[in-house]
Ligand binder design. Sequence first.
Ligand code: FES
Ligand code: FES
Length: 194
Amino acid sequence: MRETGSNETNVHIPLRVNGEEHEASFASYKTLLEVLREDLDLMGTKHGCELGECGACAVLLDGQPVLSCLVLGLECEGREVITIEGIDAGGKLHPLQEAFADLGAAQCGYCTPGILLTAKNLLDTHPNPTRGQIMEALSGNLCRCTGYLQIFEAVEAAIASTIGAGEKADVPQRAARAAARSQPTSKADRQALR
Ligand code: FES
Ligand code: FES
């Protein structure tokens, strides 16, 4: 880290975000949320309460979910940051993104990036979690639209798609019920999940 000459409060540090190296210069008081949105133009991470209460700003830092409104950008030097823009694989949606789009688990979509990243961490660490473990993992992510049921069912559908049919025999039925309740998803809906 070094301070820029023109402004003693600015820092200039390398940041690794979604597998890409960035040279970022920003005011030392900026949160990771602000650096991502304002300096790296990664708008998928959402501003919510900025008080650590809503989960809308969640990203992965060294693989762990963190609330980016509570982390200083300069704390992230030399660490790996993953945002919603970085969870697809070569342009293909992550199974969680597919399930959320298919089952109507994103409505306004404001909470969705934080929920997807938190759920991704859960699936990375517990490939076959119970409904209770899913609820506990997502308990810090608030959603004003869905009532949460579609979200839990979408996570379970993503699990089913990744671990194979049969290991969670009841998931397809729940997913089908959720799909029947949901509105048809459009290309715009899918864009909202990015
Ligand atoms: S914006 Fe960070 S927890 Fe609400
Ligand atoms: S989909 Fe609107 S806040 Fe969750």
